[in-house]
Ligand binder design. Structure first.
Ligand SMILES: Nc1ncnc2c1ncn2[C@@H]1O[C@H](COP(=O)(O)OP(=O)(O)OP(=O)(O)O)[C@@H](O)[C@H]1O
Length: 575
């Protein structure tokens, strides 16, 4: 939590103002009982109405001042906390954006969402209370004790019994509460994960009649969270009555012993009344401290989770001195590249070497899990390789800026992801300032115009969240148009034509040839018909290159390729 407070720097003046205002409010509140005791002991006892009115007026003035300080402090503290929440959210968001895919997997999407929303709200809430209590609670309790002792030192002995009881209760609750609050955040993460999976996978859940299973998973996660929340609330339920009991018993003790002292003439009635008020102020501030202790562990648990996100230093960073490719365009070279996923025993790909140039189509084919997507994902530097080097236009990708590198690439991922917005918005995602004509041309090449114009609002038709209102093949074509519109140097299609029928696939590849005359095209595919016409085909097997060459060459030299071809094509098609 302390670590997060460094982000309060931009609000230093407001925080200082809150602390000063709370200090003034506490001083005014501490002075009020003394004024009241003066009214009783001097004004009422001597029948001096003038004095009662004068001091009464003074009391009103102090009370009004105290209220004004409180309102302003509340306003400022809320503004600071909300501002800090806003800043933290954007810091967490931009840090997560800079994560490599490995770091993303490390924390998980559900947890990252809870951390960005719920955890930061916890911090926000506790900050509002903390800013006001930090000064007022110690001030009121210590100041209250001093004032009470100054009224009657002997009667203050009551505190020797009361305060340790209160402090003990608070400590006990603190020790029991901390683990529970931590558990609650973890339970919340789990619940979010289950809800997210259940909702995003709703089609699969229904198709496999797994609604009951999902419901059970949800109920289990929900009751875990409820169970912990009930335990926490039980603890809180004990706290309040115990505090009230101690307070009421103290009031009885003060009135009892104070009455005896007044009877013996050792104390004045007004002083006893003031003493009683000070005792209340002390105990109330202790209750406030205990509330702070209750909120702190919860905020602490949240702070740890937020710091975890902020402390992860992305593995993939730009080099201090970035290099720019001079003169070349559309060259990709893999030199003895070996890469293993973090924690994996075997490399996902090893010793991969090939070169692709502008105007050439390089196809990558191979069995599932043979490393095709892994190879492709290394080009935009989603992961850093273990050995070897990947050169784009003659420069190692690790020496380029990530933004510069990715600006050269038009990626169409395996699962086409669309964003909420219109079709035109989604295509423009590839190039923000693309003119209408460019958008239309990209859609034309991607063979998407027909279905787009068939829609009610054409290019302005709205894509639902997650692209659920378009078919798989339409989604893929929009993802292709998005890559085409930026006219990159390197096109990377990761199994991106799989949802298209043979005819559309062929038409699209023919249209692509014209558009990509000065760019390198890398296509991962499962279908031989998609790769046959490529200038170069790379055959992958268990992370290694089993063969490389044209369709004809590979038919003669590569057994793995022959197997794939014979499993898919008839004799005539092969020739
Ligand atoms: N994020 C990841 N973390 C750990 N291992 C991974 C990860 N992604 C893939 N792998 C592993 O790396 C190997 C290669 O996977 P890859 O996705 O590159 O295969 P692929 O040839 O593209 O398969 P497919 O055709 O089924 O998409 C597989 O053994 C897979 O289990």
């Amino acid at each position: 939590m302390i670590k997060l407070l460094r982000f309060l720097k931009p609000f230093a003046w407001s925080v200082a103002a809150v602390l000063v205002l709370v200090l003034l409010q506490s001083l005014a509140d501490l002075y009020l009982p003394t004024l009241m005791s003066d009214i009783v002991d001097i004004g009422i006892v001597n029948g001096d109405n003038q004095y009662v009115l004068r001091i009464g007026g003074l009391m009103l003035l102090f009370a009004a001042g105290s209220a004004l300080c409180m309102i302003t402090a509340s306003f400022l503290s809320s503004r600071v906390a909300t501002g800090l929440g806003r800043n933290l959210r954007s810091m967490v968001f931009s840090r997560v954006e800079s994560y490599s895919l490995h770091e993303f997997d490390q924390l998980g999407t559900a947890s990252l969402i809870t951390r960005t929303t719920n955890d930061i709200t916890q911090i926000q809430q506790v900050l509002v209370v903390m800013m006001r209590m930090m000064v007022s609670a110690p001030m009121m309790s210590i100041g209250g004790i001093i004032m009470a002792v100054s009224k009657d030192a002997v009667l203050s002995l009551v505190f020797v019994v009361v305060l340790p009881v209160l402090a003990g209760t608070i400590l006990l609750i603190f020790r029991k509460g901390v683990p529970l609050f931590k558990a609650m955040q973890v339970n919340l993460d789990k619940l979010n994960r289950v809800v997210r999976e259940g909702l995003t996978g709703i089609r699969v859940v229904r198709a496999f009649n797994r609604l009951d299973h999902e419901r059970e998973r949800f109920l289990a996660a929900n009751s875990d969270l409820t169970g912990t929340a009930i335990k926490v609330n039980k603890l809180m339920a004990v706290l309040m009555p115990v505090m009230m009991l101690v307070m009421n018993l103290s009031t009885i003790a003060i009135v009892w012993f104070g009455g005896i002292r007044v009877d013996h003439g050792d104390m004045q009635v007004g002083d006893m009344m003031a003493f009683l008020q000070y005792a209340m102020q002390i105990m109330f501030s202790l209750i406030m401290i205990s509330f702070m202790f209750i909120m702190l562990p919860r905020a602490e648990a949240s702070a740890v989770r937020i710091n975890e996100v902020l402390d992860i230093v992305p593995e993939i960073k730009d080099a201090e001195k970035v290099k720019h490719a001079a003169g070349q365009r559309g060259f990709v070279e893999f030199k003895n590249v070996t890469f293993s996923y973090p924690g994996a025993e075997q490399p996902a790909i090893s010793n991969i070497s090939f070169t692709a140039g502008p105007g050439e189509v390089t196809a990558i084919i191979g069995g599932t899990g043979s490393g095709k997507s892994t190879l492709i994902n290394l080009i935009p530097r989603f992961y850093d390789i273990d050995r070897g080097s990947i050169l784009i236009d003659g420069v190692d990708v690790r020496e380029m800026s990530q933004a510069g590198l990715r600006a050269k690439i038009g990626l169409v991922p395996q699962n086409a992801v669309l964003f909420t917005g219109t079709i035109a918005d989604n295509i423009r995602y590839g190039k923000e300032d693309a003119a209408d004509e460019e958008v239309r041309r990209a859609a034309e090449t991607a063979q998407a115009t027909e279905f787009i114009t068939g829609m009610k609002d054409g290019f302005d038709s709205v894509i639902a969240q997650g692209g659920t209102n378009v078919s798989g093949g339409q989604k893929q074509r929009l993802a292709i148009a998005r890559a085409l519109v930026r006219r990159p140097e390197i096109y990377v299609f990761d199994d991106a034509l799989s949802a298209l029928d043979y005819k559309t696939d062929a038409r699209l590849r023919a249209a692509l040839r014209k558009e990509t005359a000065d760019a390198a095209v890398l296509i991962v595919a499962q279908r031989v018909s998609t790769v046959m016409g490529a200038d170069r085909i790379i055959v992958m097997e268990e992370g290694k290159i089993a063969g490389i060459g044209s369709h004809r060459e590979l038919l003669d030299t590569c057994e793995v390729y022959r197997e794939i071809v014979f499993s898919q094509l008839s004799g005539e098609e092969i020739a």
